[in-house]
Design a binder for this molecule. Sequence first.
Ligand code: CU
Length: 129
Amino acid sequence: MKRIILSVAVIAAIGLTSCKNEAKKETTTEVAVQKAGTDLSFGVRGNCKMCKKTIEKAAKGVEGVASANWDVDKKKIDVTFDASKTDAMAIHKAIAASGYDTEKIAGSEDAYNNLPGCCQYDHEMAMNQ
Ligand SMILES: [Cu+2]
């Protein structure tokens, strides 16, 4: 578990210094933890590793979400959650509140405007590829 936190921190540090050209060097931060819960995948727009961090943080901030992994190439998030504690729409809402468009809810404009320039993704971008 420590190791996961450490690698997330390292990725965050890389993301802060270089927002672009990081897309291809994905490392796996979500190790195959034994999954109990409901799996959900849906499209979320975004550009880079900083976006990834923000999107995943928003999703994990929802009570009952066990894991969240956003794919920078596919523009898609995989979430595992406890269906007795939350539901899909709550996760969509949390991500939208952080400024990112999901398949179901448009991202908050205020939050979008506060994103770093390189994270201000194209609202026409295809998602869930
Ligand atoms: Cu970004």
